[in-house]
Write a protein that binds this ligand. Structure first.
Ligand code: PMP
Length: 389
């Protein structure tokens, strides 16, 4: 039977890493995979994470199962980080933000939802995750790459025209991947109104909290939406905000005004996870719990996250200034947020940049701004201007 299988394509983004490693060019620059990098190109373990790990190593007395929902203190503390104080939700710990999205998709299907609306471009795994859970994915264009502009009006009208009660709509909480585009307050409010009017379920993907303008301000639109729309799902990742990528740490939360409904929602989230992997891994969640419940570690973690954000913002300013020579629209890179921006460069030139200049980015033109440092930035700007012409 196995011989009948055809080979699946490699993930083009992940395939860039071995190519980059093999390139002998000493001036090579990796603008590919979406992990934060410091000025020296490293993806360091946060200081607070190291200290929390040392504490766990010393104090942990058992490796017995935590339980199917995960670590309750983590689930609650992480929800407060995302949603602020005083909001209620049914939450379970998940295998990263990806696991949270997958559980969200399964929960939607169990609730009778069969379609999700995705604005494109979006994170390349979104449609795969929702389709794997059996949802139909409806895409609509939500960003003009050449103009570096969010198609806010178009987005609202597509959803208002085409979505049916029970459909879901995916939203990026902040720091849009791959465009960095910022959805303004009026658009968030309009999305909330359409969701309410048409009976849609917003699914909010929160994977970069703290990388836009700050931990609290990045979460503000999501929190306002939760205040307005009673039923929503939040898929939250600790991968970037705590630098815990490989520890697979996240949580999914479903909201409802009724405690009975929240109890039912939690029972479904637990059984979906149980049928897939039984229980989530402990370590990353234990680290996040330790940091969020210790004022000193918490302060140190926030400082380090703030420093990462400031570094990205300063790279954005330099890049925007340099690239606006190429196209005035690229000045928007300075006001976009998070790790990514999407450059209007065609595939031939992207391959040329890789071969001739050692600048690595996926063929989509998405760049990880954190892959740049101040000494490389001028050379990258010069190469992008030369090869885009
Ligand atoms: N959502 C978005 C938009 C992402 O970019 C990512 C990771 N690249 C995730 C969710 C999932 O993150 P993880 O599973 O690594 O926590």
């Amino acid at each position: 039977m196995f011989e009948t299988l055809s080979r699946e394509a490699d993930d083009p983004l992940l395939a860039l890493t071995p190519l980059f490693r093999a390139d002998p060019n000493p001036a090579k620059v990796d603008l590919g995979v979406g992990v934060y990098r410091d000025e020296l190109g490293r993806t360091p373990v946060f200081r607070a994470v190291k200290r929390a790990e040392a504490h766990l190593l010393e104090t942990q007395e058992t490796k017995a199962y935590v339980g199917p929902e995960g670590d309750r203190t983590f689930i609650e503390a992480f929800w407060t980080f995302v949603a602020g104080e005083g909001r209620h939700a049914a939450g379970v710990q998940t295998v990263g933000g990806t696991g949270a999205l997958r559980l969200a998709a399964e929960l939607l299907r169990r609730s009778g939802s069969s379609r999700i609306f995705l604005g494109t471009p979006t994170w390349s795994n979104h449609s795969a995750i929702f389709a794997a859970a059996g949802l139909s994915v409806v895409t609509y264009p939500s960003f003009d790459v050449a103009g570096q502009r969010l198609l806010a009006g178009e987005m609202i009208s597509v959803v208002a025209d085409k979505a049916q009660p029970g459909d879901a709509i995916l939203l990026h909480a902040s720091c849009h991947n791959p465009t960095g585009a910022v959805m303004d307050d009026a658009t968030w409010a309009a999305v909330a109104e359409v969701a309410l009017e048409k009976g849609l379920v917003p699914v909010i993907d929160s994977a970069y909290q703290g990388f836009g303008t700050g931990i609290e301000s990045d979460a503000a639109p999501l929190r306002r939406l939760l205040d307005r729309v009673p039923e929503a799902i939040v898929a939250a990742s600790a991968s970037k905000s705590f630098g815990l990528y490989r520890e697979r740490t996240g949580a999914v939360y479903a909201t409802s005004a009724s405690p009975e409904t929240r109890d039912k929602l939690k029972s479904h989230l637990v059984t979906i996870g149980r049928g897939a992997y039984s229980m989530p891994p402990d370590h990353g969640a234990a680290v996040v719990r330790t940091i969020l419940t210790d004022p000193e570690l918490r302060t140190d973690w926030r400082t380090e996250l703030d420093d990462a954000r400031k570094r990205i913002t300063s790279m954005r300013t330099i890049l925007a200034k340099g690239l606006s020579r190429l196209s005035p629209a690229l000045a928007a890179i300075a006001t976009q947020q998070g790790m990514f921006s999407l450059l209007p460069i065609d595939e031939t030139r992207i391959v040329e940049l890789r071969h001739r200049r050692g600048i690595y980015m996926p063929l989509s033109g998405r760049i990880n701004i954190a892959g740049l440092n101040s000494s490389q930035a001028p050379g990258v700007i010069e190469a992008l201007c030369a090869h885009a012409a």
